[in-house]
Design a binder for this molecule. Structure first.
Ligand SMILES: [Zn+2]
Ligand SMILES: [Zn+2]
Ligand SMILES: [Zn+2]
Length: 341
């Protein structure tokens, strides 16, 4: 995604970013002029044009705002979290939208942080050791726990863009966290679907899905003691995979510390399979979890969704919200299983 730039079009900056709800359906957008000035290393169809000094490399800490989290310490950090200099959301008064009327909006109040994945200039998470990915998981957990204590309640979204075709503007591997004062549209859909299934069936839909997939086996990419990697049944993109804990757990930040290295291992193996099997595809991943302020719940089960972005989103997908995936998920699973990692 390139920064918006039309020289003749002078955009007046807004004093604050704003959330707006589509007047017809439950779909939110953020209008944020703060995003206009951000640096971009990737130009259309070309290799990255690195910035003279990468703000995410160790030794360049002065180029970012002070860290909100470092592991293990500021001098020899492995993972570092900093406020985004070009935030999509900001502040935290969180005035929530009016309940009625066509034009509903809310202050886009929340945190926008960059989770710098490694101290050296590395573009691909698949090249980080599994234990380093475990460090990244610990950083996600720490920030989710922090957000769970804020008032008004925050709905955090943790996501990663790798490669320009997946929306990355800087090459150095990093994830981001954006928290919103309202439930993000897709996550709300999943939470409601979980509630509905639980009401009807008395079970967690994800637990049932894991059981059904394990008994069929054809879409299971790999299993460890505590985690399972599935090629998604209704994958939107070729080789879309989900990582889930096999035992029910509603919150990502509540993964026991003893299980985090195993998750790092499983995640690393999946990223390496995708990298080797699909020749370093651009990809996105994100955490779907219960809101961190919410109590333990039986009807929702956290998971990571990983989307290789080998096919684009075109007119039909925008028009219909129905993706066309040319690769049967069962074949994707068999192929990914066959790759040595
Ligand atoms: Zn760097
Ligand atoms: Zn479950
Ligand atoms: Zn999900």
């Amino acid at each position: 995604m390139l920064a918006f730039h039309v020289p003749e079009f002078r955009i007046e900056p807004l004093s604050r970013p704003e959330l707006r709800k589509d007047p017809i359906i439950d779909r939110w957008v953020i209008i944020s002029t703060d995003r206009l000035g951000r640096p971009v290393e990737f130009v259309e169809d070309g290799p990255a044009q690195p910035l003279a000094r990468c703000p995410f490399c160790r030794g360049h800490e002065a180029l970012t705002p002070p860290a909100t989290y470092v592991s293990p310490n500021e001098e020899s950090w492995l993972v570092r979290v900093v406020p985004n200099t070009y935030p999509a959301v900001r502040g935290r008064t969180g005035r929530v939208a009016a309940a009625t009327g066509l034009f509903q909006n809310a202050e886009a109040a929340g945190l926008h942080e960059v989770i710098i994945a490694c101290p050296h200039h590395e573009g691909s998470l698949s090249r980080l050791p599994p234990l380093h990915l475990a460090e990244l998981v610990l950083a996600f957990q720490a920030r989710l726990r922090h957000l769970g204590m804020l008032e008004p309640p925050q709905f955090p979204v943790i996501f990663n863009n790798q490669g320009p075709a997946a929306g990355a503007s800087l090459e150095h591997a990093h994830a981001q966290l954006i928290s919103l004062p309202i439930p993000p549209s897709l996550m709300a859909r999943e939470w409601q679907a979980g509630e509905r299934y639980y009401r009807d069936q008395g079970r967690c839909v994800f637990c049932d899905l894991i059981e059904a997939e394990r008994s069929r086996g054809e879409r299971v990419v790999e299993e460890s003691d505590r985690f399972i990697v599935l090629s998604a049944y209704a994958a939107r993109f070729p080789a879309e995979c989900w990582i889930l804990p096999k035992r029910h757990q509603s919150h990502f930040e509540r993964i026991e510390p003893s299980a985090v290295p195993e998750l790092g291992e499983v995640f690393s193996r999946l990223l390496r399979r995708l990298d080797r099997g699909l020749r370093q595809p651009p990809l996105n991943f994100y955490v779907h979890s219960s809101p961190p302020f919410a109590a333990e719940r039986e009807d929702y089960h956290w998971h990571l969704e990983i989307l290789p972005r080998l096919t684009g989103i075109a007119g039909f997908e925008w028009a219909a919200d129905v993706n066309i995936n040319p690769v049967p998920p069962e074949q994707a699973a068999a192929y990914l299983r066959s790759i040595e990692v």
